[in-house]
Design a protein around this ligand. Sequence first.
Ligand SMILES: Nc1[nH]c(=O)nc2c1ncn2[C@H]1C[C@H](O)[C@@H](COP(=O)(O)OP(=O)(O)OP(=O)(O)O)O1
Length: 393
Amino acid sequence: MNAAERLGQFVLFELGALPYAFLTSQPTWRTHGARLAELTGVRSGQRLLDVGCGPGESAFGMAERIPGLRVTGLDFSQTMLRIAQARKRFDPAGASVELTQGDALNLSFADGSFDAVTGHSFLYLVPNAIRALSEARRVMRPGARCAFLEPAQIPNSPLLPASMRAQTLRDPRFVASMALWRVVSRRYGRFDVDRFERAFAAAGLRPIEITPTLEGLGVFGVAERPKLAALDDVDWTRWTPTDKATLLFVVRDGQILLIRKKRGLGAGKVNGPGGRLEPGESARACAIREVQEELRVTPTGVTDMGRLRFQFQDGYALEAQVFRADGCIGTATETDEAVPLWTPIDAIPYSEMWADDALWLPRMLEGKRIDGKFIFDGDAMLVHALDVRTPLA
Ligand SMILES: Nc1[nH]c(=O)nc2c1ncn2[C@H]1C[C@H](O)[C@@H](COP(=O)(O)OP(=O)(O)OP(=O)(O)O)O1
C-alpha cells in the first residue's frame, strides 16, 4: 500500500467511522446482517466470525436473529471497534458478540475454529479479496459456510433506482447509506456472479448461491469449505492441533496393557491409556501421569515411538505422541476412567479399537517408529498416511 492509499484508508475507516456508524445503524442493515448468518446455516451454540464488523450493526443483528449464537466481530479499525464496543453495552444482543481487533488478511484464529464466516460490505474494501477468503476458509471447519453481502456491479445505472430515491423522506438514513455504498464502491470495486465465483474458486471455496438483493444494488455470495476428502486437503505444514495427547503401551512377557476407556474421546473403545497434556507438561510426563491416573501403575523403560496426527471433519485436531514401556510398577486397577485389559499380543481386539490402530500398532510392536496422518469423520477413518521407520540402535 502506498502513502496515498494509506491516507485513503485512514480517512475511510478512522475519520469516517462515526458517520459510517450513524448511516449503518438502521433496521435494513441489521436485517441484512441477520440474513447473512441465516445463509450460512449456523445454529445456536455455534461460533460465527464476522469479518470487517465495523460499528457492529450486522453482528448485533445476527446475534439477535439466532439466540445463543456466539459471534466474534473483527475489524482492523480501532475507531470502528471503539464505537462497536460502546454500542454493545446498550444493544440487547450485545452480550453474545465479542469484538476484537485484527487483520482479516492474516487471522490469528486457529484452523477450523468457526462454524461460519460472514462479511457485510467487506470484500469490496479489502486490498486482496482472495486472500481474505482464503483466510476465512482456513478458520472455517470443513463443511462450514461463509456469506458475504457486497455492492453489485450494475452497468449504466443511475446512482440509486427511482424506487429507492422515493424512500428518502421515510428512511433517509437507509437511502443515504445506499448512496454512500454506491459512491465508495465505484472507487473500490463491486461484485457480480462471475467475480464471486472466481474469487471463491481461487480461495478453495465451493459456491453455493449468489443472489441479488437491495433492488439489484447488492449481491449475496454464499460458499462452502469443502469437506476433507484427501490428505492434501489439509495443510499439514501449518497444521496446529486443538489438543495434544499421549498413548502409552506397556508390553511385557508377550502381553500388552490395554484399557476399556470409560469416558472422554473414544469412550467404550479399547485403547492404550493416555490423555491430554496439561499446560507446560512434556509428552513423556503426560504419558506416565495418565497411566498412573487411569490404571494406578507406573510405567518403566519408557520409549518414544512416534506421533499420530488426527484431523476431524468437524474441525477438531488432535496430535498424539505414542510411547512404549517395557514394564510397570504396581498392579493395574480399574478406575473411574478405565478398565485394565492385559491382552496377549496376538489377540489384540482391533475391531473394538479406533480404526487407525490396526495400521500402526502392529508396526510399533515390531519396534518401528511411526508417523501417521489421519482424517476422521466422527468414528470413521476416511484417509491415512503412515510412515514407518526402524529406529537407530
Ligand atoms: N484415532 C485414535 N486412535 C487412537 O488410538 N487413539 C486415539 C484416537 N483419537 C483419540 N485417541 C486417544 C488419544 C488420547 O489418549 C485420547 C484423548 O482423549 P481425551 O481427549 O478424551 O482424553 P482423556 O479424557 O482420556 O484424558 P483427559 O485429557 O485426562 O481428560 O484419545
